[in-house]
Design a binder for this molecule. Structure first.
Ligand SMILES: Cc1cc2nc3c(=O)[nH]c(=O)nc-3n(C[C@H](O)[C@H](O)[C@H](O)COP(=O)(O)OP(=O)(O)OC[C@H]3O[C@@H](n4cnc5c(N)ncnc54)[C@H](O)[C@@H]3O)c2cc1C
Length: 464
């Protein structure tokens, strides 16, 4: 790896892959870094190594990634897998860990294409062994062909839940139940967006097909479920929930939950980019212009890390951001950038027709977001409960960072990744505010765990 590149792209998912290809086509000296050991990102994970039978089980959308990965492999891109980025600053200095080696490289332009993560949502029992997210279940399936042997309960709200159920069904996994926590009132909320969504009806048709096939296979989905709870002493033994006013219990040693995805903003935050609260997507997202320029010169953001748009949107956004970076580097003129961007802009706006409908349909009710009972652990690294956070607010602390100092929530190895949003929602609700707009933890590097030894390896001469 060179100490300096014209363009460094962080993340080899659809956004990063398409961006790297465009940059290389324009003769830019480009490095593509990703913590995974192979390109593809979340959706096209393990694309190059997956056996064809397993790829078929994942559906047509998964197989689409092959073209993107092949194009990157054939382009003049310096691709570095197994490379974790732990810091980025406004001078575009990028801290990375590759194997045991820590390094800092610089770039004239940085494109953050680090994607999304599943929204962590605390509920009673969510820290028990045997409770995982649907995304984690899907990663095991895609990357290693591992599926639940003794059946599974899927619960939550969001398209990934239905997709995983469909993929598991085809793989022969026993699905004990699908618990849909989407409130019925979301149908009404989404209705005004239906006409526009029909312009992208392939998404709606795909979802309906998955549901129909699940039903035909006899897999029951319970809708409008409430009060989900995971029960067990040392590990998950059962789950209970309210359905049609009646409490029900299902024995299971595996529960996979999903409550949508939110942008990974840890690096953009560490760099000091401005962010705002998106009330429709219920998350913080970076402030960007139409080309992906952030508030910091030379730092661009594309794909789900810029706001949730899905894999195809990420692909177009990656190309647009790459054209902008290429233009900023002086390789093309503004009019060439605009000309080359025309198709991607058009396709991207077509892809976005479905978004307002999906955002409204899978809107997570504030009851789920802000009212875990007092005993529920919210920060799982430091084992801080919802009650302790409420007590801190009652003691006069009204800001996430103050609550963090007092309780240590958000100070563990995940650096607040798992609890930031939940803490902000609890504080907002306890302070009588409806939205957690101002509640973002201050983000500081390292954004991922790093040992002191790894950090010290940056300065070998000072170890003597
Ligand atoms: C767990 C999960 C599973 C999903 N599965 C599906 C699916 O099956 N179908 C679907 O349509 N959508 C799926 N999605 C949504 C999907 O991820 C996106 O729509 C799409 O992949 C976004 O593309 P992207 O390029 O923006 O980011 P991603 O595809 O997420 O790629 C981002 C890449 O950046 C890397 N990265 C992030 N942070 C760092 C760092 N600090 N250092 C180094 N590398 C880093 C990640 O490892 C990843 O490879 C899933 C999302 C999640 C969170």
């Amino acid at each position: 790896m060179k100490p300096h590149y014209s363009l460094v792209i962080i993340g080899a998912g659809p956004a990063g892959l398409s961006a790297a290809v465009v940059a290389a086509q324009h003769g830019v000296d480009v490095a593509l870094l990703d913590e995974q050991s192979a390109p593809g990102g979340q959706i096209y994970r393990a694309m190059e190594s997956i056996p064809p039978e397993r790829a078929k089980l994942l559906g047509q959308e998964y197989q689409r990634g092959g073209k993107l990965v092949t194009a990157m492999r054939h382009a003049n891109v310096d691709y570095f897998p197994d490379t974790q980025i732990w810091s980025l600053n406004r001078k575009r200095e990028i801290g990375l860990l590759s194997g045991k080696v820590t390094d800092i490289i610089t770039a004239d332009q940085v494109l953050l294409a680090s994607g999304a993560m599943e929204r962590p949502l605390p509920f009673p029992g969510w820290t028990l062994p045997g409770v995982m997210t649907a995304g984690a279940g899907q990663i095991l399936f895609k990357a290693h062909g591992i599926v639940p042997a003794d059946g599974v309960v899927l619960a939550g709200s969001g398209p990934l839940l239905i997709l995983l159920a469909w993929q598991y069904m085809h793989a022969g996994v026993k699905i004990k139940a699908i618990l849909d926590l989407t409130p019925m009132r979301n149908h009404l909320r989404a209705l005004p967006h239906l006409p526009r969504a029909l312009l992208a009806r392939h998404y709606l048709l795909k979802g309906m097909l998955y549901k129909k096939e699940l039903k035909q296979a006899g897999i029951s989905t319970l809708h409008n479920v409430n009060d989900l709870q995971a029960n067990g002493q040392q590990q998950l033994e059962s789950i209970s929930f309210l359905h049609k006013g009646r409490k029900q219990t299902i024995s299971t040693d595996l529960l996979l939950t999903h409550f949508g995805v939110t942008p990974q903003i840890h690096l953009s935050q560490a760099a000091g980019c401005l962010h705002h609260w998106d009330k429709h997507q219920q998350c913080w997202r970076p402030q960007l212009d139409e080309w992906g320029n952030s508030s910091i010169d030379g730092i661009l953001i594309a794909g789900d890390g810029a706001g949730i748009g899905g894999a195809r949107t990420a692909e177009h956004a990656g190309r647009l951001a790459a054209l902008q970076a290429v233009c900023a580097l002086g390789q093309i003129q503004l009019h060439e950038r605009d000309l080359n961007a025309r198709d991607d802009k058009k396709w991207m706006s077509e892809e976005m027709h479905i978004r307002p409908f999906l955002d409204a349909f899978f809107f997570i009710p504030s009851k789920l977001l802000s009212v875990p009972d007092d005993n529920t652990v919210v920060c799982r690294c430091e084992e801080v409960t919802a009650g302790e956070i409420r007590q801190a607010v009652a003691d006069g602390l009204g800001d996430s960072n103050q609550v963090k100092f007092l309780t240590r929530c958000g100070m563990g190895p995940c650096q607040g990744r798992q609890c930031a949003e939940a803490v902000a929602f609890i504080i907002a609700a306890a302070s009588g505010e409806s939205l957690p707009e101002g509640g973002l933890y201050r983000g500081r590097p390292p954004v991922t765990p790093l040992t002191l030894g790894q950090l010290a390896s940056l300065y070998p001469e000072e170890r003597e």
